[in-house]
Design a protein around this ligand. Sequence first.
Ligand code: ADP
Ligand code: MG
Length: 265
Amino acid sequence: MSRRRQIYEGKAKILYEGPEPGTLIQYFKDDATAFNAQKKGTIQGKGVINNRISEYVFTRLNHIGVPNHFIRRLNMREQLVRQVEIIPIEVVVRNVAAGSISKRLGIAEGEPLPHTLLEYYYKDDALGDPLIAEEHIACFGWASNEEMQDISALAIRVNDFLCGMFSAINIRLIDFKLEFGRIWDGDYSRVILADEISPDGCRLWDMTTGEKLDKDRFRRDLGGEEEAYQEVARRLGVLQDDPGPSEVFDLNAHRGKLRNSKTSK
Ligand code: ADP
Ligand code: MG
């Protein structure tokens, strides 16, 4: 097999050149970071699970007409996506106070917000992804007003969908992060959802017990992060026997892990 060209290595994923122009391969690593990468570790099997969860969510979002970069899953850890020009903004959607908003504004974690809140952070690791206002986005030209209208409308639609999807499996969607990108068609561009949706970028609490089923287990040294990610996948009905297309080789490498995760339930 010929070597693929690596485009970028981030904290949780690696991007490779795709088989056709305008495509990329997203490889999901087990690496976990928190607090602007000051804390580093691994969550065994996370990449495999996030690849599956993100595939599932993006496919369903596609069905309800939320345009996104997902094309198809290639194997256990990789998916083919459309290459976009990433808009350097992290969009955070909050339903319930937790994490930085609780700290910054002194709101108890778990307090439902009066209404869904959209926040924007400037995507810049060196600056620690600072919170910004829409005025900063307009002022520095990170996205046009039109793009921001599309982004906020899409973020709200994704939230409505995800709240329903998770409540059906007894999970409360506290907050989550989205990234968007531009695709060009001649002189025109449009905005689509990119990156991933997984327990790495969502806060997910069990509705009955309040137990955290997301990356806060790693951030806060709660332990059991592998099991939490597996539990979300299990409830969503992903990570079943179906190995998906063309992953015979990869499947062998992960057979033991998959079997363990199944029998431990
Ligand atoms: P980071 O450490 O920057 O968060 P990740 O490990 O999450 O990086 O790797 C994914 C990177 O790829 C992110 O920087 C994200 O913005 C970018 N990305 C996600 N989807 C696409 C896409 N469809 N086209 C181009 N870049 C993308
Ligand atoms: Mg990322």
